[in-house]
Ligand binder design. Structure first.
Ligand code: XMP
Length: 520
């Protein structure tokens, strides 16, 4: 049984970050809704419990709350922001609207340098605050362990009872020494050993999958992306040829990508499974003909995919029992933490197949999701453990509709070819120059612009390729990367010389917002 830390969610926007920080200590944790009963919580045998922030006021009767017995279990608790106020309120302290609410970077003075969570933390340290209420008086048995100019209780604790609380957010990177504080709580206060390793995860999961699946067969839509590839690798190790991977080649992949996926997962690859590559290029191009609106193109691609996948699924009717899916933890958390949203989602689509078809074919309606509890970097580690090549495991995100969202206007095979070649050159040159490592995403796209140029003695009238490279950590915001000029010049030269039909190369310097990362 793994060491386990529970994160009780009171509606905090940074809950995923708390989970990340705990996992960085190699300790397994999960975000649980605040409605989880005390019995259900203790049944999980947590080594520690973290209460998240949230937008409410503890003294509002409609606010999320928790049984006071939580603080009497002898299990260490760390309350953050709303969580800290809840701890104070429940234990008889005083929580009020602060005369001055604090938002943003705030310097905190540590009053208890001997506190277990502030060990090695500077006497005055920068934190991130976001609150309108504050703890005006600490409960009996507690001491104030930090304060700010406007907040008398920036942190409090009762070390005998192993209860700790911070008004600020140690989980966000703006809190300079926050990672250290969470590590102290998890390792020193909760006494975790930090032995949760991805190799052990893979081993346990393979065993569990084997037990669950038995001698039944499983179908998986393999896109060649990181998540479905790692899911395929785990399942292959668990059940070998009982796994049927369907790789739908929609013709909108990057250059040679379909062959690369086949080289890894096909009959000559490293994995024991049934690999079915469906060449659906014609089908996609036919349906996309005449479509030039970005949303319509996405819709067509999104509609043809389940048809093609469905046709393959029909061929294994009576053989396959389960559908697998590469869902990862951020997908689970994003879709709402309750079970209801999961149910709603899976009632439309299970692992890429329409629910009606799933029922018709007699497949189980509940997908097998072996990566459901992992963050992306953990998925990558598992992938490497299982022997998936690093190029695939570490690669940049690629959108589901593929190059379809990188070609402005109507998609034709000729345009796809142009964008594939230009993109290949761009990636190749960035890798040669060693500037690809820090980039969030980088690719070539094809504008719909034709312009006049001259090549040798000839006048040309060709298309313009757009190069885009962005720096981003979360893909919600992004900045254009400053690619060295000589590298861009080399790309321009090569693209115009090597890719017929292109006579102009543009570099997109738009940030997000106002732009998006993709062009459509
Ligand atoms: P945007 O263009 O919205 O992209 O700034 C943000 C991130 O999402 C990816 N993206 C998609 N992924 N289907 C996908 O699976 C899509 O339709 C899609 N559109 C954008 C994009 O590559 C970037 O990582």
């Amino acid at each position: 049984m793994n060491e386990f830390v529970a994160i009780l969610d009171f509606g905090g926007q940074y809950k995923q970050l708390i989970a990340r920080r705990v996992r960085e200590c190699n300790v397994y944790c999960e975000i649980l809704p605040y409605t989880t009963s005390l019995e259900a919580l203790t049944a999980r045998n947590p080594k520690g419990i973290i209460l998240t922030g949230g937008p409410n006021s503890v003294y509002d009767p409609a606010s999320p709350t928790y049984d006071k017995k939580l603080f009497e279990l002898g299990i260490p608790v760390l309350g953050i922001c709303y969580g800290s106020q809840l701890m104070a309120y429940k234990l008889g302290g005083d929580v009020k609207t602060a005369p001055t609410s604090e938002y943003g970077h705030t310097n905190v003075v540590i009053d208890a340098p001997d506190s277990a969570i502030f060990s090695d933390v500077s006497g005055e340290t920068q934190t991130w605050m976001s609150h309108t209420d504050y703890i005006a008086a600490v409960p009996e048995g507690f001491r104030i362990s930090a304060h700010t100019a406007n907040c008398p209780v920036a942190a409090m604790e009762n070390p005998e009872k192993k209860l700790y609380a911070t008004q600020f957010h140690p989980e966000v990177s703006h809190t300079k020494e926050g990672t250290k504080m969470i590590r102290h709580f998890v390792m020193d206060v909760c006494g975790c050993a930090g032995d949760w390793e991805m190799a052990a995860f893979a081993e346990t999961t393979i065993k569990e999958l084997r037990e669950k699946i038995g001698d039944k067969h499983v179908i998986l839509g393999l896109s060649g992306g990181v998540d479905s590839s790692v899911a395929a690798a785990l399942l292959s190790r668990a059940i070998g040829k009982q796994l049927h991977c369907v790789f739908v080649d929609h013709g909108l992949m990057r250059k040679d990508e379909g062959d690369e996926v086949e080289a890894i997962f096909g009959p000559k690859g490293n994995f024991d499974l049934n690999f079915i590559r469906v060449d659906a290029k014609e089908r996609f191009f036919m349906q996309l003909m005449g479509e030039s609106d970005p949303e319509s193109k996405r819709k067509v691609i999104g509609a043809v995919f389940p048809q093609v996948f469905g046709d393959e699924a029909k061929k294994v009717k009576g053989i396959v029992k389960y559908i697998a899916q590469g869902t990862i933890y951020p997908d689970v958390v994003e879709s709402g933490d309750g079970k209801t949203s999961d149910v709603i989602k899976s009632h439309h689509n299970v692992g890429g197949l329409p629910i009606e078809l799933v029922r018709e074919l007699g497949f189980d309606e509940k997908p097998i999701e072996p990566l459901r509890m992992l963050f992306k970097d953990e998925v990558r580690k598992v992938g490497l453990e299982l022997g998936i090549p690093e190029e695939l495991v570490m690669r940049q995100p690629f959108p589901g509709p593929g190059l379809g969202v990188r070609i402005i206007g109507e998609i034709t095979p000729a345009k796809v070819k142009i964008v594939q070649e230009a993109d290949y050159i761009f990636r190749d040159e960035l890798a040669r120059a060693g500037v690809d490592k820090d980039l969030g995403q980088y690719f070539a796209a094809l504008s719909n612009m034709r312009s006049v140029g001259v090549m040798g003695d000839h006048r040309t009238y060709g298309l313009a390729v757009v190069l885009r490279a962005v720096l981003t950590s979360d893909f919600m915001t992004a900045e254009a990367a400053e690619i060295p000029w000589p590298v861009l010049q080399k790309c321009m030269n090569r693209i115009i010389n090597e890719v017929p039909g292109v006579n102009r190369v543009l570099y997109d310097i738009t940030s997000k917002p106002p732009g998006t990362i993709e062009l459509e």
